[in-house]
Ligand binder design. Sequence first.
Ligand SMILES: *Cc1c(COP(=O)(O)O)cnc(C)c1O
Length: 385
Amino acid sequence: MIPYGRQDVSEEDIREVVDVLRSDWITQGPAVENFEAAVAAYCNVPYAVAVSSGTAALHLACRALGLGPGDILWTSTNTFVASANCALYCGASVDFVDIDPRTYALSVESLETKLRDAQRRGALPKVVVPVHFAGQSCQMSEIRTLSEQYGFKIIEDAAHAIGGSYRNERIGNCKFSDLTVFSFHPVKVITTGEGGMVVTRDRLLYQQLMLLRSHGVTRDANGMTRKPEGSWYYEQVDLGYNYRITDIQAALGVSQMRRIEAFVRRRRELAQRYDRALQQLPVICPWQHPDVASAYHLYPIRIDPTRCQSSRARVFGAMRAAGIGVNVHYIPVHTQPYYQRLGFRPGTFPQAEKYYEQCMSLPLFATLSEADQDRVIRSLGEALG
Ligand SMILES: *Cc1c(COP(=O)(O)O)cnc(C)c1O
C-alpha cells in the first residue's frame, strides 16, 4: 500500500537520536531548546515552546489566552477534531465557520457574516482558530482586520503548514495572529514521532506557555508569590500539565529542520506533477490563492460530479483495492457524534459538507517516488472509469 503520508527519517536523523540516548539528558535537556531555537529562527518569530503533540500545543495556546468557561472559540469545520476539542478542554464552548469553496479553509465572508450576527446576539468568540488546510495559509490579513473590529484573539492551526508562506513570509511569524501551533506527527511536513510547538511574538504569552507546559510550576523567583526558602524551592502558581516533549524527540526535530526546505520543495514538485497529470481527469485539483505558497501537507482532490458518474465512495474503494492509501480530509467536525450530542446538526455548514462528499487526499510525502506517483495517477484514471 502506498500511504497518503509518511515520514522521511535519514541515517543522520537516527544518529542524532542515538547520541541523545547515550547522553545525560533524555528529557528536559538541551535538545529541546535547540529545537525551539531552530523553529523560531526558521519562522522569524522570537518565542517557541515545544510540547508533546499538536493537540497539547492547541490546548496550551487556548489556556495562555485565558480561554475558559463562558468563552467561545470558533474554528473551521473542515479540520481534525483537535482544532475544536482544545476549547472544550478549557471549559469553553465551540462553534464552527463554513469553508471557502476554493481553498477549503475557513471562509472570511462566512466569518464576517457570523461575527455580525454574533455581535447582535452578544455572543462573540474570544478566540478564532484559522486552520491552514492542506498547508495553505488562510487569508490572515483579512482575519486580522476582523479581529481588531470584533475583539477576538487568533491562534493559527498550522499543523499542516510549517514550511508554507503567506505574502512571502513564513507561516509561524505571527504577524497576523497571537499564536501559531505546529504538529510533528509522522504524516506532517517534519516529524518528532509525536510532538508539537507553539510560537508567538508576545513575551507574556510565552511565559504562560512555559509555565503551563510543566505543571504550572516555576523555579523563577520573579514568578513566585513567596520568597524562595532555598535553592530547592519551587512554586505551583497555576494548574498546568506535563506536556513536555523528550530530548529524544527534539533531537529528531532538530535534524529534520535541517531538511525542511528540501521536504517542502519535493512536496511542491510532486503537487505540480499531480496538477499536470490530472488535467484530463474528471477531478478538481487544489486551487492555490495567489498570496500563498503551500507546504502541501495534503493533496486533496474533488471528484467532479458533473463529469464523473462514480461516487467518491466507489472511487475511494477502487483506489484502496489497487493498493493506494487514499484518505479523506475531513469529515466535518460538527457532524461527529460527540458534536451532535452538543447540539450541532448536519446541513448547517453546506460548503464543508459538500466538499466532504467529494474529497479524497492522494498520497503526498517527500519520499514518494515518481514511479509510485505515476501508479497513483494510473490507478486514479482507472478508478474514475
Ligand atoms: C495533526 C493535526 C492536529 C493535531 O496534531 P497532533 O500532533 O496529532 O496532536 C491539529 N490540527 C490539525 C489541523 C491537524 O492536522
